[in-house]
Design a protein around this ligand. Sequence first.
Ligand SMILES: *[C@@H]1O[C@H](CO)[C@@H](O)[C@H](O)[C@H]1NC(C)=O
Ligand SMILES: *[C@@H]1O[C@H](CO)[C@@H](O)[C@H](O)[C@H]1NC(C)=O
Ligand SMILES: *[C@@H]1O[C@H](CO)[C@@H](O)[C@H](O)[C@H]1NC(C)=O
Ligand SMILES: *[C@@H]1O[C@H](CO)[C@@H](O)[C@H](O)[C@H]1NC(C)=O
Length: 573
Amino acid sequence: MDKSLLLFVGISCFLLINGVKVEDCDFLTETDNTRFQLFQASVPEEQPYRTAYHFQPPKNWLNDPNGPMYYNGVYHLFYQHNPHSALFGDGMVWAHSASYDLINWFSLDHALVPSEPFDAISCWSGSVTILPGNKPVILYTGIDANYNQVQNLATPKNRSDPLLIEWVKYSGNPLMTPPKGVDGDNFRDPTTAWQGPDGTWKVVIGSYSNNQGMAILYQSEDFVHWTMHRDPLYSASKTQMWECPDFFPVSINSTNGVDTSVANPSVRHVMKASVNPHDYYIVGTYDTEQEKFLPDADFTGTSSDLRIDYGKFYASKTFFDSKRNRRILWAWVNESDSSEDDIQKGWSGLQAIPRQIWLDRAGKQLVQWPVEELNNLRDNQVYVYGKQLESGSVFEVSGITASQADIEINFELPKLEEAEFMDTILVDPQLICDRQDSSVTGKYGPFGLLALATKDLTEQTAVFFRVFRGDNRYVVLMCSEQKRSSLRDNLDKTTYGAFVDIDPRQEMVSLRTLIDHSIIESFGGEGRTCITARVYPKLAINNEAHLFAFNNGTLSVTISSLHAWSMNKARVN
Ligand SMILES: *[C@@H]1O[C@H](CO)[C@@H](O)[C@H](O)[C@H]1NC(C)=O
Ligand SMILES: *[C@@H]1O[C@H](CO)[C@@H](O)[C@H](O)[C@H]1NC(C)=O
Ligand SMILES: *[C@@H]1O[C@H](CO)[C@@H](O)[C@H](O)[C@H]1NC(C)=O
Ligand SMILES: *[C@@H]1O[C@H](CO)[C@@H](O)[C@H](O)[C@H]1NC(C)=O
């Protein structure tokens, strides 16, 4: 591979070996040592919890995804990063990575680091907007020298640089400071801006004021001078501080995404608010004349509020991918071990696998699915068809790397009318999952997968379903139970649970689960309900990890199909 050279010509990229073009840069190779920081971390050798195909920095702290975009042939992801520690702290930067496929990534120089009075302490979260003429700009929150939150603008130093490595902060920053009635520490995380029918730019900032969580609306003609609109775009009394708001249109009849400025009868709008520690959203109509968001229903502050993910998943942010006409969601998944563990590991925080999102056909909720590029890592497929799982049975899915896998499974329930009766109106699904965990026998369920398990099942993470009969309908419950995920103590082993909005008379109960050493991302009902968990097995690591399907209900279920793959390692940073 000597005399090899990676070339960027305009927006295309290819590898030259001895002067011969050999491949397009779907992903980059080690040969490009000059422009990218290579992995030089001093993290310990033994790293059973580092992931193989999830996004994480070489070392230290990561939290919110920032400014994801597709620009001139390249996907960009910026992220909140503490370059000095495995823990959160002052001095947060916008770290920057780029990719050609959303799965393989290479690190670039930090895009924004604290340097000016308007971001002296930290460069916090924000978004990218691509202005007409293909001009990307960043709006981000600076923590100024007085620890106040202000909104700042930055632009690429050279838009012809395909990797947009250098960013220049606008000299007139800050553009927005906390308005009257808003505390200096409750004013952050600008969204991607959108353009109204009259050409005016709009952006919302997360806040909390007058006992309401809210998205404060600002408008601008030139993207530099911003005025606050009289009312927030939306506020909700049943919520606390809104972090990382996201506001975007979704097509009413297509899984395709649309640009953030689209507002017409073919779309509905989604308002997402990160209210620690969960990402909640509402679906509704955006009235561009009144500058009001009119949701079908308000946030209730109860377990019936829709969440992007019902496990560990926060600060999500979407962008419109113009390459493939889809909307993609990124999110931070934090650790479930202790700060001491993180210092020892030398790192903390992952990004979930980017998900394509769209509105379900009923128009009620989002549907999410891992971007299809992930499938390129699949290897070594094993499959099972038409296997009956009797009451109490456990069977091993062998032939794959169980610590690094992708599984799709469909369950058939032949005697639905025999399911237990349940009235769902008053029950918190997470509570049912916790009380009726995988060891509690029901009729239909618990059945599902045991991931990152030891051979003897002393360690196991159970991702499972229960199906109940309600009034004139069936209720499908999905759980991710971490109680027995590790023999280690001092871990957050909270059980997660949510209902899955499917009718098991019409479709099979389906599950897709991504397993990657210390993260388990599960998609129930073809992506209608998602649950992400972090687990740290003591014994079920690397080649000691096993995968099983199980049924602990009294009624047998049939695995109509199971496909499982070992996942190859991605090249991440
Ligand atoms: C901008 O980037 C392009 C492409 O990398 C390069 O050819 C050009 O010289 C750069 N311009 C400046 C002013 O650095
Ligand atoms: C989706 O709905 C829009 C607006 O009602 C309509 O114009 C368009 O043809 C529809 N597309 C499909 C694929 O049904
Ligand atoms: C991160 O994880 C901890 C412990 O598992 C949890 O209590 C906390 O709420 C999480 N933070 C966020 C922002 O998700
Ligand atoms: C199934 O139920 C039995 C009896 O409660 C329990 O011992 C076993 O651990 C359960 N299996 C799983 C996978 O939870």
